[in-house]
Design a protein around this ligand. Structure first.
Ligand code: ASP
Length: 340
């Protein structure tokens, strides 16, 4: 039987055209995109296409867009062998991370891709990205998908979505997966990194939960941040989870006021997460004096997660009504291959 792939268009540079008046890139309609990729007709599979009602620059995407996209895929889940999502690069890692948590025991590939240059540009990277993302979604062994996870395919590499991060706005190699190897590498042939792939339970169905709670506040720690700034920010924002982007291995300045403020927040029932601003490496609370205080306060460690994964995992767990202890236990556990 012929395999079936659903190609979902959400927006991004890949399908944009120049506004003749301003010269700025804006989202165009999906038909334009398909005309530019005639090779799709030669793929040995049925490729159906669907566009979200209002394709956008991914900078305009919010958790409600992730819910819409997740529901769209889940409503067609049984009809297709795999899904390829065309998405803007700016927040692609956030959307891919969010979907990786919203789908559990995922048994089919959901591959995100996009491009740095619009599909109509003569030097575009869109063709290789889209066509290979489809080939990866079609990979099967004995009728079972080889990749059954949410991935980001870009410039010859498939990364686990919740391990990926955008690192360049002008190189074709726009994404990295600093703490986890590529799942598939594309050259003349596709090389699958089989031992690294997630293995779903084939006796259980895939589940989808759209519940997300976006009351998550991210604060990047920097030299010069003051008590006042921190206090005022925490007092004025309605949040349930505070993610502090700390230095190196999870270090932060050693200040009494910070310990007092964090204790106060904990008393109010807030969850506080320590996530490093380094792209690679692991949060190890307690190896320096500056992180010892965080450890003794019971601050939650994001370990080697990307900030994108930490934010979306926090939204997902809050959405599942996980409070205090349960939140900490589940956040520090490996749910979808997002941490070691
Ligand atoms: N601003 C665009 C977006 O994220 C960039 C891109 O697609 O590459 O939608």
């Amino acid at each position: 039987m012929q395999q079936k792939i659903l190609l979902v268009y959400t927006g991004g540079t890949i399908g944009m055209v120049k506004d003749s008046a301003t010269g700025a890139l804006k989202a165009f309609d999906f038909d334009h995109l398909l005309v530019q990729i005639p090779q799709l007709k030669s793929v040995q599979a049925q490729i159906d296409t669907v566009s979200v009602p209002e394709p956008k620059d991914s900078a305009d995407m919010n958790p409600s867009d992730w819910q819409f996209l997740g529901n769209l895929i889940y409503s067609k889940f049984m009809q297709y062998d795999g899904f390829v999502v065309l998405h803007g690069t700016d927040t692609m890692s956030y959307t891919a991370s969010a979907l990786s948590f919203m789908f559990s025991n995922l048994r089919k590939p959901i591959i995100f891709t996009g491009s740095q240059l619009p599909v109509g540009d003569i030097r575009t990277d869109a063709l290789e990205n889209v066509l290979t993302a489809i080939q990866i979604a079609l990979l099967q062994e004995n009728g079972v998908p080889s990749v059954s996870e949410v991935g980001v395919y870009f410039d010859s590499q498939l990364f686990r979505g919740n391990r990926s991060t955008k690192v360049s706005s002008d190189r074709f190699k726009a994404f990295m997966s600093p703490n986890f190897p590529a799942l598939v590498t594309s050259g003349v042939s596709l090389k699958i990194n089989e031992p690294m792939l997630l293995k779903p339970n084939l006796n259980r169905v895939t589940k989808f939960s759209e519940a997300l709670n976006d009351k998550v506040l991210l604060v990047k720690i920097h030299p010069g941040i003051t008590t006042k700034m921190f206090e005022q920010l925490c007092a004025s924002v309605d949040f349930e989870v505070l993610i502090m982007e700390t230095y190196g291995s999870g270090t932060i300045f050693n200040a009494n006021w910070l310990a007092l403020l964090l204790k106060e927040l904990q008393k109010k029932g807030k969850n506080i997460i320590n996530c490093s601003q380094c792209v690679s490496g692991v949060v190890k609370q307690g190896i320096y004096q500056g992180s010892e205080q965080l450890k003794s306060l019971g601050i939650i460690s994001a370990k080697d997660m990307t900030t994108e994964a930490a934010i979306t995992k926090a939204m997902y767990l809050l959405g599942q009504n996980k409070q205090r202890n349960d939140f900490k236990i589940e956040f520090e556990a490996n749910l979808r291959g997002e941490m070691h």
